[in-house]
Design a protein around this ligand. Sequence first.
Ligand SMILES: *Cc1c(COP(=O)(O)O)cnc(C)c1O
Length: 414
Amino acid sequence: MKMINTSEQILDVEKIRQDFPILQREINGKPLVYFDNAATSQTPKAVIDCIVDYYENKNANIHRGVHSLSQIATDAYENARETVRKHFNAKSANEIILTAGTTHSINLVANGYSHFLKSGDEILVSAMEHHSNIVPWQMLCNKTGATLKVIPMLNNGELDLQVFDDLLSERTKMVFVNHVSNALGTINPIEEIINKSHKVGAKVLVDGAQAAPHLKADVQALDVDFYTVSAHKICGPTGVGMLYGKEELLNELPPYQGGGEMIAEVSFEKTTYAGLPHKFEAGTPNISGGIAFGAALDYMNAIGFDKIADYEMQLLVYATKALEEIEGVRIYGAKPEKKTAVLSFNIEGIHPYDIGTLLDKMGVAVRTGHHCAQPIMSFYKIPGTVRASFSFYNTISEIDVFISALKKAKSMLS
Ligand SMILES: *Cc1c(COP(=O)(O)O)cnc(C)c1O
Protein backbone atom coordinates (compact mmCIF):
# COMPACT_ATOMS: atom_id res chain seq x y z
CA MET A 1 0.00 0.00 0.00
CA LYS A 2 1.46 3.33 -1.10
CA MET A 3 0.96 6.35 1.13
CA ILE A 4 1.34 10.00 0.36
CA ASN A 5 4.44 11.45 1.85
CA THR A 6 3.44 12.96 5.21
CA SER A 7 4.82 16.36 4.25
CA GLU A 8 2.17 16.39 1.53
CA GLN A 9 -0.57 15.20 3.83
CA ILE A 10 -2.97 18.10 3.69
CA LEU A 11 -5.85 16.56 5.58
CA ASP A 12 -6.02 14.05 8.40
CA VAL A 13 -8.06 11.72 6.22
CA GLU A 14 -8.13 8.78 8.60
CA LYS A 15 -9.68 11.03 11.23
CA ILE A 16 -12.15 12.51 8.73
CA ARG A 17 -13.20 9.01 7.65
CA GLN A 18 -14.25 8.28 11.24
CA ASP A 19 -16.92 10.96 10.79
CA PHE A 20 -18.64 8.92 8.04
CA PRO A 21 -20.33 5.78 9.42
CA ILE A 22 -21.03 4.38 5.92
CA LEU A 23 -17.33 4.34 5.02
CA GLN A 24 -16.82 1.60 7.60
CA ARG A 25 -19.15 -0.85 5.85
CA GLU A 26 -18.44 -3.61 3.37
CA ILE A 27 -19.99 -4.18 -0.05
CA ASN A 28 -19.99 -7.68 -1.54
CA GLY A 29 -17.63 -8.76 1.22
CA LYS A 30 -15.09 -6.04 0.43
CA PRO A 31 -14.45 -2.70 2.14
CA LEU A 32 -16.54 -0.05 0.36
CA VAL A 33 -14.54 2.17 -1.97
CA TYR A 34 -17.00 4.94 -2.74
CA PHE A 35 -16.06 6.76 -5.95
CA ASP A 36 -19.53 7.95 -6.95
CA ASN A 37 -19.33 11.29 -5.17
CA ALA A 38 -20.46 13.26 -8.22
CA ALA A 39 -23.83 11.49 -7.97
CA THR A 40 -24.19 12.05 -4.25
CA SER A 41 -21.79 12.56 -1.37
CA GLN A 42 -21.74 10.58 1.84
CA THR A 43 -23.11 12.05 5.06
CA PRO A 44 -21.04 12.78 8.16
CA LYS A 45 -22.28 11.93 11.64
CA ALA A 46 -22.69 15.64 12.47
CA VAL A 47 -25.31 15.97 9.72
CA ILE A 48 -27.05 12.69 10.59
CA ASP A 49 -27.15 13.77 14.25
CA CYS A 50 -28.62 17.09 13.24
CA ILE A 51 -31.56 15.33 11.51
CA VAL A 52 -32.10 13.03 14.50
CA ASP A 53 -31.91 15.98 16.90
CA TYR A 54 -34.52 17.82 14.87
CA TYR A 55 -37.06 15.00 15.18
CA GLU A 56 -36.17 14.30 18.79
CA ASN A 57 -36.14 17.89 20.02
CA LYS A 58 -37.35 20.50 17.55
CA ASN A 59 -40.06 19.08 15.30
CA ALA A 60 -42.84 21.61 14.65
CA ASN A 61 -44.14 23.48 11.65
CA ILE A 62 -42.31 26.72 10.96
CA HIS A 63 -43.32 30.36 10.50
CA ARG A 64 -46.80 29.65 11.87
CA GLY A 65 -47.23 28.72 15.47
CA VAL A 66 -47.14 31.13 18.38
CA HIS A 67 -45.93 28.26 20.51
CA SER A 68 -42.29 27.94 21.57
CA LEU A 69 -41.50 24.74 19.72
CA SER A 70 -42.57 26.28 16.43
CA GLN A 71 -40.31 29.23 17.20
CA ILE A 72 -37.38 26.89 17.94
CA ALA A 73 -37.89 25.09 14.61
CA THR A 74 -38.27 28.38 12.74
CA ASP A 75 -35.09 29.79 14.28
CA ALA A 76 -33.12 26.66 13.37
CA TYR A 77 -34.42 26.79 9.80
CA GLU A 78 -33.71 30.50 9.36
CA ASN A 79 -30.26 30.08 10.94
CA ALA A 80 -29.52 27.47 8.29
CA ARG A 81 -30.60 29.92 5.58
CA GLU A 82 -28.16 32.42 7.07
CA THR A 83 -25.37 29.80 7.01
CA VAL A 84 -26.11 29.19 3.32
CA ARG A 85 -26.18 32.94 2.62
CA LYS A 86 -22.83 33.44 4.30
CA HIS A 87 -21.25 30.49 2.54
CA PHE A 88 -22.15 31.81 -0.92
CA ASN A 89 -21.73 35.43 0.15
CA ALA A 90 -25.19 36.60 -0.93
CA LYS A 91 -26.07 40.15 0.05
CA SER A 92 -29.31 39.22 1.77
CA ALA A 93 -31.08 36.14 3.12
CA ASN A 94 -33.98 37.22 0.88
CA GLU A 95 -31.86 36.01 -2.02
CA ILE A 96 -31.59 32.45 -0.68
CA ILE A 97 -34.58 30.32 -1.67
CA LEU A 98 -34.48 26.90 -0.03
CA THR A 99 -35.69 24.42 -2.63
CA ALA A 100 -35.77 20.66 -3.14
CA GLY A 101 -32.45 20.88 -5.00
CA THR A 102 -30.90 22.00 -8.26
CA THR A 103 -33.62 20.54 -10.49
CA HIS A 104 -36.32 22.33 -8.53
CA SER A 105 -34.31 25.57 -8.50
CA ILE A 106 -33.85 25.56 -12.28
CA ASN A 107 -37.50 24.77 -12.94
CA LEU A 108 -38.51 27.62 -10.65
CA VAL A 109 -36.49 30.10 -12.72
CA ALA A 110 -37.58 28.59 -16.05
CA ASN A 111 -41.21 28.84 -15.03
CA GLY A 112 -40.77 32.45 -13.97
CA TYR A 113 -39.17 33.48 -17.26
CA SER A 114 -41.91 31.79 -19.27
CA HIS A 115 -43.90 34.93 -18.41
CA PHE A 116 -41.29 37.27 -19.93
CA LEU A 117 -39.82 35.57 -23.01
CA LYS A 118 -41.32 35.75 -26.47
CA SER A 119 -40.76 34.53 -29.99
CA GLY A 120 -37.53 35.95 -31.40
CA ASP A 121 -35.75 35.82 -28.03
CA GLU A 122 -32.81 33.47 -27.75
CA ILE A 123 -31.44 31.50 -24.85
CA LEU A 124 -28.04 29.86 -24.82
CA VAL A 125 -27.25 26.64 -23.08
CA SER A 126 -23.90 24.86 -23.02
CA ALA A 127 -23.36 21.50 -24.69
CA MET A 128 -22.10 19.97 -21.46
CA GLU A 129 -25.14 20.50 -19.26
CA HIS A 130 -26.87 18.04 -16.98
CA HIS A 131 -30.33 17.18 -18.35
CA SER A 132 -31.83 19.24 -15.55
CA ASN A 133 -30.20 22.32 -17.10
CA ILE A 134 -31.44 21.47 -20.61
CA VAL A 135 -34.97 20.10 -20.42
CA PRO A 136 -36.56 22.98 -18.42
CA TRP A 137 -35.22 25.44 -21.02
CA GLN A 138 -36.58 23.35 -23.90
CA MET A 139 -39.94 23.39 -22.15
CA LEU A 140 -39.60 27.15 -21.69
CA CYS A 141 -38.88 27.59 -25.42
CA ASN A 142 -41.86 25.45 -26.38
CA LYS A 143 -44.08 27.58 -24.18
CA THR A 144 -42.79 30.98 -25.28
CA GLY A 145 -41.52 30.53 -28.85
CA ALA A 146 -38.00 31.55 -27.81
CA THR A 147 -35.12 29.73 -29.52
CA LEU A 148 -32.60 27.50 -27.74
CA LYS A 149 -29.04 27.74 -29.05
CA VAL A 150 -26.15 25.57 -27.95
CA ILE A 151 -22.64 26.68 -26.96
CA PRO A 152 -20.65 23.78 -28.42
CA MET A 153 -17.85 21.93 -26.71
CA LEU A 154 -14.39 21.00 -27.91
CA ASN A 155 -12.68 17.64 -27.92
CA ASN A 156 -10.65 18.59 -24.84
CA GLY A 157 -13.86 18.81 -22.79
CA GLU A 158 -13.96 22.61 -22.71
CA LEU A 159 -16.56 24.98 -24.14
CA ASP A 160 -15.95 26.65 -27.49
CA LEU A 161 -15.88 30.27 -26.34
CA GLN A 162 -15.30 31.60 -29.85
CA VAL A 163 -18.64 30.24 -30.95
CA PHE A 164 -20.13 31.55 -27.71
CA ASP A 165 -18.99 35.06 -28.69
CA ASP A 166 -20.62 34.65 -32.11
CA LEU A 167 -23.88 33.40 -30.60
CA LEU A 168 -24.24 36.33 -28.21
CA SER A 169 -26.42 39.17 -29.49
CA GLU A 170 -29.08 41.57 -28.28
CA ARG A 171 -31.56 38.73 -28.93
CA THR A 172 -29.86 36.68 -26.17
CA LYS A 173 -32.00 36.93 -23.04
CA MET A 174 -30.61 34.17 -20.88
CA VAL A 175 -27.48 32.01 -20.68
CA PHE A 176 -27.23 28.71 -18.83
CA VAL A 177 -24.04 26.96 -18.00
CA ASN A 178 -22.80 24.70 -15.26
CA HIS A 179 -19.92 25.84 -13.11
CA VAL A 180 -18.46 22.33 -13.24
CA SER A 181 -19.57 19.53 -15.58
CA ASN A 182 -20.81 16.50 -13.68
CA ALA A 183 -19.87 14.15 -16.52
CA LEU A 184 -16.34 15.42 -17.18
CA GLY A 185 -15.41 17.62 -14.22
CA THR A 186 -14.50 20.58 -16.45
CA ILE A 187 -14.42 23.88 -14.55
CA ASN A 188 -16.05 26.35 -16.92
CA PRO A 189 -14.84 29.97 -17.19
CA ILE A 190 -18.05 31.34 -15.75
CA GLU A 191 -16.63 34.80 -14.92
CA GLU A 192 -15.97 35.39 -18.59
CA ILE A 193 -19.34 33.94 -19.62
CA ILE A 194 -21.17 36.10 -17.07
CA ASN A 195 -19.33 39.31 -18.07
CA LYS A 196 -19.89 38.81 -21.78
CA SER A 197 -23.54 37.86 -21.30
CA HIS A 198 -24.19 40.92 -19.19
CA LYS A 199 -22.72 43.13 -21.93
CA VAL A 200 -25.63 42.15 -24.22
CA GLY A 201 -28.12 42.39 -21.37
CA ALA A 202 -28.65 38.64 -20.88
CA LYS A 203 -29.21 37.05 -17.48
CA VAL A 204 -27.04 34.12 -16.43
CA LEU A 205 -27.99 31.05 -14.43
CA VAL A 206 -25.07 28.96 -13.25
CA ASP A 207 -25.76 25.39 -12.17
CA GLY A 208 -23.35 25.03 -9.26
CA ALA A 209 -24.40 21.52 -8.19
CA GLN A 210 -21.10 19.96 -9.16
CA ALA A 211 -18.89 22.89 -8.19
CA ALA A 212 -20.14 23.25 -4.62
CA PRO A 213 -18.39 20.11 -3.28
CA HIS A 214 -15.01 21.34 -4.49
CA LEU A 215 -14.94 25.12 -4.42
CA LYS A 216 -16.65 28.00 -2.71
CA ALA A 217 -18.49 30.29 -5.09
CA ASP A 218 -18.92 33.97 -4.17
CA VAL A 219 -22.12 35.05 -5.91
CA GLN A 220 -21.43 38.76 -5.46
CA ALA A 221 -17.89 38.58 -6.80
CA LEU A 222 -19.13 36.52 -9.74
CA ASP A 223 -22.02 38.95 -10.28
CA VAL A 224 -24.05 35.89 -11.26
CA ASP A 225 -27.83 36.34 -11.58
CA PHE A 226 -28.90 32.88 -10.42
CA TYR A 227 -26.86 30.08 -8.83
CA THR A 228 -28.16 26.63 -7.88
CA VAL A 229 -26.93 23.92 -5.51
CA SER A 230 -28.09 20.54 -4.15
CA ALA A 231 -27.27 19.78 -0.50
CA HIS A 232 -26.77 16.06 -1.13
CA LYS A 233 -23.63 16.71 -3.18
CA ILE A 234 -22.05 18.62 -0.28
CA CYS A 235 -22.48 16.17 2.60
CA GLY A 236 -26.10 17.19 3.21
CA PRO A 237 -29.36 15.26 2.84
CA THR A 238 -31.21 14.59 -0.43
CA GLY A 239 -34.22 16.63 -1.49
CA VAL A 240 -33.00 20.04 -0.37
CA GLY A 241 -30.96 22.75 -2.05
CA MET A 242 -30.64 26.39 -2.89
CA LEU A 243 -31.64 28.85 -5.50
CA TYR A 244 -29.65 32.06 -5.20
CA GLY A 245 -31.10 34.95 -7.18
CA LYS A 246 -30.36 38.67 -7.17
CA GLU A 247 -33.06 40.28 -5.08
CA GLU A 248 -34.33 42.58 -7.83
CA LEU A 249 -34.67 39.64 -10.23
CA LEU A 250 -36.46 37.43 -7.72
CA ASN A 251 -38.83 40.30 -6.99
CA GLU A 252 -39.75 40.49 -10.67
CA LEU A 253 -40.40 36.76 -11.02
CA PRO A 254 -43.92 35.50 -10.36
CA PRO A 255 -44.33 32.72 -7.76
CA TYR A 256 -43.72 29.18 -8.96
CA GLN A 257 -46.19 27.25 -6.84
CA GLY A 258 -49.18 28.49 -4.92
CA GLY A 259 -50.05 27.33 -1.43
CA GLY A 260 -49.42 27.95 2.21
CA GLU A 261 -46.41 29.95 3.41
CA MET A 262 -46.07 31.95 0.15
CA ILE A 263 -49.02 34.30 0.68
CA ALA A 264 -49.57 37.58 2.50
CA GLU A 265 -53.36 37.54 2.33
CA VAL A 266 -55.84 35.24 0.64
CA SER A 267 -59.43 35.80 -0.32
CA PHE A 268 -61.38 34.33 -3.24
CA GLU A 269 -61.21 37.70 -4.98
CA LYS A 270 -57.50 38.28 -4.67
CA THR A 271 -54.37 36.86 -3.11
CA THR A 272 -51.28 38.89 -2.33
CA TYR A 273 -47.96 37.16 -2.05
CA ALA A 274 -45.47 37.03 0.75
CA GLY A 275 -42.15 38.81 0.34
CA LEU A 276 -38.85 37.10 -0.38
CA PRO A 277 -37.80 34.42 0.22
CA HIS A 278 -41.16 32.96 1.25
CA LYS A 279 -42.85 33.89 -2.03
CA PHE A 280 -41.05 30.92 -3.59
CA GLU A 281 -41.44 28.51 -0.67
CA ALA A 282 -45.02 27.29 -0.88
CA GLY A 283 -46.04 24.56 1.53
CA THR A 284 -44.26 23.00 4.49
CA PRO A 285 -40.65 22.63 3.43
CA ASN A 286 -38.12 19.90 4.18
CA ILE A 287 -37.41 21.48 7.58
CA SER A 288 -34.92 18.96 8.97
CA GLY A 289 -33.25 18.86 5.54
CA GLY A 290 -32.83 22.62 5.46
CA ILE A 291 -31.33 22.64 8.94
CA ALA A 292 -29.02 19.74 8.01
CA PHE A 293 -27.97 21.61 4.84
CA GLY A 294 -26.60 24.32 7.14
CA ALA A 295 -24.86 21.69 9.30
CA ALA A 296 -23.27 20.17 6.18
CA LEU A 297 -21.80 23.52 5.13
CA ASP A 298 -20.52 24.05 8.68
CA TYR A 299 -18.88 20.63 8.56
CA MET A 300 -17.15 21.26 5.23
CA ASN A 301 -16.08 24.77 6.17
CA ALA A 302 -14.50 23.47 9.37
CA ILE A 303 -12.29 21.28 7.17
CA GLY A 304 -11.74 24.15 4.74
CA PHE A 305 -12.42 24.36 1.01
CA ASP A 306 -8.84 25.29 0.15
CA LYS A 307 -7.56 22.15 1.85
CA ILE A 308 -10.31 20.08 0.24
CA ALA A 309 -9.36 21.36 -3.23
CA ASP A 310 -5.63 20.77 -2.69
CA TYR A 311 -6.16 17.29 -1.32
CA GLU A 312 -8.59 16.26 -4.05
CA MET A 313 -6.13 17.52 -6.67
CA GLN A 314 -3.52 15.14 -5.25
CA LEU A 315 -5.98 12.27 -5.56
CA LEU A 316 -6.87 13.28 -9.11
CA VAL A 317 -3.28 13.61 -10.30
CA TYR A 318 -2.32 10.29 -8.72
CA ALA A 319 -5.34 8.47 -10.18
CA THR A 320 -4.92 10.05 -13.62
CA LYS A 321 -1.34 8.89 -13.83
CA ALA A 322 -2.20 5.35 -12.71
CA LEU A 323 -5.13 5.15 -15.14
CA GLU A 324 -3.11 6.41 -18.08
CA GLU A 325 -0.65 3.57 -17.54
CA ILE A 326 -3.37 1.02 -18.33
CA GLU A 327 -3.33 0.15 -22.02
CA GLY A 328 -6.47 1.03 -23.98
CA VAL A 329 -7.75 3.61 -21.49
CA ARG A 330 -9.15 6.84 -22.87
CA ILE A 331 -9.90 9.63 -20.41
CA TYR A 332 -12.50 12.18 -21.54
CA GLY A 333 -12.37 15.82 -20.63
CA ALA A 334 -9.84 18.33 -19.48
CA LYS A 335 -6.43 17.91 -17.86
CA PRO A 336 -6.44 17.70 -14.02
CA GLU A 337 -5.62 21.39 -13.52
CA LYS A 338 -8.76 22.43 -15.42
CA LYS A 339 -11.22 20.19 -13.65
CA THR A 340 -12.45 18.86 -10.34
CA ALA A 341 -11.71 15.35 -9.07
CA VAL A 342 -13.60 13.42 -11.76
CA LEU A 343 -12.22 10.75 -14.09
CA SER A 344 -14.54 9.89 -16.94
CA PHE A 345 -13.03 7.12 -19.07
CA ASN A 346 -13.46 4.03 -21.20
CA ILE A 347 -11.31 1.01 -21.92
CA GLU A 348 -11.10 0.18 -25.61
CA GLY A 349 -13.48 -2.57 -26.68
CA ILE A 350 -15.23 -2.89 -23.30
CA HIS A 351 -18.66 -1.55 -22.43
CA PRO A 352 -18.57 0.81 -19.40
CA TYR A 353 -21.46 -1.06 -17.79
CA ASP A 354 -19.45 -4.30 -17.71
CA ILE A 355 -16.55 -2.55 -16.00
CA GLY A 356 -18.87 -0.96 -13.44
CA THR A 357 -20.49 -4.31 -12.65
CA LEU A 358 -17.16 -6.05 -12.05
CA LEU A 359 -15.79 -3.17 -9.99
CA ASP A 360 -18.88 -3.37 -7.80
CA LYS A 361 -18.19 -7.04 -7.12
CA MET A 362 -14.82 -5.91 -5.80
CA GLY A 363 -16.39 -3.26 -3.54
CA VAL A 364 -15.67 -0.27 -5.79
CA ALA A 365 -18.66 2.00 -6.48
CA VAL A 366 -18.36 4.03 -9.71
CA ARG A 367 -20.99 5.42 -12.02
CA THR A 368 -21.43 4.12 -15.55
CA GLY A 369 -23.60 5.48 -18.33
CA HIS A 370 -24.42 8.90 -19.69
CA HIS A 371 -24.42 10.69 -16.29
CA CYS A 372 -27.60 12.66 -17.22
CA ALA A 373 -25.58 14.37 -19.94
CA GLN A 374 -26.42 12.50 -23.15
CA PRO A 375 -25.33 15.37 -25.45
CA ILE A 376 -21.75 14.95 -24.19
CA MET A 377 -21.86 11.22 -24.98
CA SER A 378 -23.23 11.94 -28.47
CA PHE A 379 -20.42 14.44 -28.95
CA TYR A 380 -17.82 11.76 -28.24
CA LYS A 381 -19.94 9.12 -30.09
CA ILE A 382 -19.91 6.75 -27.12
CA PRO A 383 -22.74 5.09 -25.17
CA GLY A 384 -21.34 6.30 -21.88
CA THR A 385 -18.29 6.32 -19.68
CA VAL A 386 -17.07 4.92 -16.41
CA ARG A 387 -16.91 7.81 -13.98
CA ALA A 388 -14.83 7.71 -10.83
CA SER A 389 -15.34 10.85 -8.75
CA PHE A 390 -13.38 11.58 -5.61
CA SER A 391 -14.12 13.38 -2.40
CA PHE A 392 -11.98 14.66 0.46
CA TYR A 393 -12.66 11.48 2.45
CA ASN A 394 -11.18 9.21 -0.24
CA THR A 395 -7.60 8.00 -0.01
CA ILE A 396 -4.63 7.13 -2.18
CA SER A 397 -4.87 3.52 -1.01
CA GLU A 398 -8.49 3.38 -2.21
CA ILE A 399 -7.24 4.52 -5.61
CA ASP A 400 -4.75 1.66 -5.55
CA VAL A 401 -7.61 -0.76 -4.84
CA PHE A 402 -9.61 0.78 -7.70
CA ILE A 403 -6.72 0.54 -10.18
CA SER A 404 -5.96 -3.08 -9.38
CA ALA A 405 -9.68 -3.94 -9.53
CA LEU A 406 -9.84 -2.22 -12.91
CA LYS A 407 -6.88 -4.20 -14.22
CA LYS A 408 -8.55 -7.39 -13.05
CA ALA A 409 -11.84 -6.39 -14.72
CA LYS A 410 -10.02 -5.57 -17.92
CA SER A 411 -8.29 -8.93 -18.07
CA MET A 412 -11.60 -10.72 -17.40
CA LEU A 413 -13.40 -8.78 -20.13
CA SER A 414 -10.83 -8.72 -22.92
C1 LIG B 1 -26.52 16.48 -9.60
C2 LIG B 1 -26.62 17.55 -10.59
C3 LIG B 1 -27.84 18.13 -10.93
C4 LIG B 1 -29.16 17.64 -10.39
O1 LIG B 1 -29.25 17.76 -9.02
P1 LIG B 1 -30.54 17.20 -8.26
O2 LIG B 1 -30.14 17.19 -6.83
O3 LIG B 1 -30.80 15.83 -8.82
O4 LIG B 1 -31.65 18.14 -8.56
C5 LIG B 1 -27.83 19.15 -11.85
N1 LIG B 1 -26.70 19.60 -12.40
C6 LIG B 1 -25.50 19.09 -12.09
C7 LIG B 1 -24.27 19.65 -12.71
C8 LIG B 1 -25.41 18.04 -11.18
O5 LIG B 1 -24.23 17.52 -10.89
